[in-house]
Write a protein that binds this ligand. Structure first.
Ligand code: SF4
Ligand code: SF4
Length: 470
């Protein structure tokens, strides 16, 4: 009888640590990272050609069966002819069945207002909504969500949750500056409080400046998690985060940090966006500011497409430096940039984290001011409408098509990439923004972003190897 053979998967990737003797091996499509020593690497190298257990036993000390089994279990070793992409497509088919039933949805967003009292040009919402032909926001008739629309959206989402036995929902208020439409938020909070069979976890993204003490007290009462932005200390923030009149906003924002602390509802962190306008001004002083206020998390992100002229190595070095500094102060430091690494290290990509983010995995329903449905507050891709809610999940609806097109392993451009499974084609909004650029610039932007994601994922893997050895 022919003996079963194994060979090294063509998708195995090795990241070596900063010190000799340890590395991280993972599968580019399926994840499964493992810290591995020199002996393990030598063992794997024996499988550069198809070889049987019996042949391996002849050249190795001891019984290799257990080691082969362990490596085969995480697909570092596969049988010759095993089609790794086909196996992924099989996983996708079962995930799509779940998507089409609506079972994957676990959170909703309400685009409470599409207008904003700030004028930050780096704003992801502004960039994703901009009309590339005329260079300005398209003229929209409706900027605020009505209570009637909000109620309809909540009822549909609540129905979906109950259908699958979920007693706990997650609701996010966005989209540009939601506090502009505060009366609707307040009504929503009260309405949800009155639901006997469903509890909610609320979150809001706001620039804070419209928040009065009364509003702050209501947010506290309903435990609404507040996400806000401060793009550095005064000089760095005021270089890019500006009012409609062009004035800096640092003092106005920090004043509201104080207000929240004053009512006993302090922020646990904020997010920082870095563009070409404040890149050189951002330093550890903003982390000190967070630490002094007892904060524990900072979300940090580079402008999606505006840093192409700053070398990737410089961008990654800055990130890693700030991350280390923040972590040493007990502050969690994260952002879209670590999504691929987080996906890679959160168990197997075959069984969960099937995409870059929850939105393109089919977990989110974002209801726009006019009742149209998207997967994230910033994308321009519509997947349905509240008036024909059920259709969102049908083959003709948009959710299935979007999730399918974004499932890792489906995009030819990404084929063979070192983080193909964990990146899965990046943030959907970035893709939309890049796609609207001219031919040559489009290619440059996308290549730059890919280089960035690969480099930062590798830097995080090196850090991971180092911390695993401690
Ligand atoms: S988008 Fe770029 S970095 Fe991400 S998987 Fe595709 S090729 Fe790789
Ligand atoms: S597509 Fe995902 S990563 Fe991109 S902005 Fe939306 S939620 Fe964030």
């Amino acid at each position: 009888m022919e003996k079963r053979q194994y060979q090294l998967s063509p998708n195995i990737r090795i990241v070596t640590g900063s010190e000799p003797g340890s590395a991280m091996a993972y599968h580019a499509l399926y994840g499964n990272p493992r810290i591995i020593n020199d002996e393990g690497l030598r063992f794997l190298n024996l499988f550069r050609r198809p070889i049987s257990k019996e042949e391996i036993a002849q050249i190795c000390d001891g019984d290799p069966r257990e080691t082969i089994r362990a490596f085969a279990e995480v697909f570092f070793l596969v049988e010759p002819g095993f089609d790794e992409k086909e196996f992924l497509r099989h996983q996708m088919a079962s995930h799509l069945v779940e998507v089409s039933s609506g079972r994957t949805v676990d959170r909703m967003g309400l685009a409470i207002s599409d207008s904003c009292n700030f004028a930050c040009t780096h704003c992801i919402h502004f960039q994703s909504s901009i009309d590339s032909n005329v260079g300005i926001l398209p003229d929209r008739k409706q900027l605020n969500m009505s209570w009637e629309t909000a109620k309809k959206c909540i009822d549909q989402y609540a129905g979906l949750m109950k259908k699958y036995g979920n007693r706990h929902g997650k609701m996010h208020f966005g989209n540009a500056e939601p506090l502009i439409n505060w009366p609707v938020i307040e009504k929503v909070l009260r309405y949800c409080e009155g639901m006997s069979d469903l509890t909610f976890e609320f979150a809001i993204n706001t620039n804070l400046t419209l928040m009065t003490r009364e509003i702050a007290e209501v947010l506290k009462k309903y435990h609404v998690r507040i996400a806000t932005s401060l793009d550095g200390t005064a000089q760095a923030n005021d270089a890019i985060r500006i009012s409609k009149g062009g004035a800096g906003t640092f003092n106005r924002i920090v004043e509201k940090f104080d207000l929240l602390a004053d009512i006993g509802y302090p922020l646990d962190g904020f997010s920082i966006t870095v563009t070409g306008g404040n890149f050189e001004l951002i330093d550890t002083d903003v982390i000190d500011l967070a630490a002094q206020r007892g904060m524990t998390s900072i979300a940090f992100d580079y402008d999606l497409v505006g840093l192409v002229d700053i070398p990737v190595t410089k961008r990654v070095a800055k990130l890693m430096h700030l991350k280390k500094y923040a972590n040493n102060k007990g502050i969690d430091f994260f952002g879209t940039w670590d999504s691929a690494f987080r996906n890679l290290t959160s168990r197997s990509l075959l069984t969960e984290n099937h995409a870059f983010c929850a939105a393109v995995e089919g977990k989110t329903l974002e209801f726009n001011v006019d009742g149209s449905i998207k997967v994230c507050g910033h994308t321009t891709t519509q997947i349905g409408h509240i008036d024909t809610f059920e259709r969102t999940f049908e083959v003709v609806g948009g959710l299935l098509g979007l999730v399918k097109s974004r499932f890792p392993g489906t995009d030819d451009y990404c084929s063979g990439c070192a983080i193909e499974g964990s990146c899965g084609g990046q943030c959907h909004v970035t893709r939309e923004i890049v796609a609207r650029s001219d031919g040559e610039r489009r290619q440059r932007l996308f290549a730059d972003l890919c280089d960035f994601y690969r480099a930062v994922t590798e830097a995080l893997a090196v850090e991971y190897i180092h911390s695993s050895g401690r």
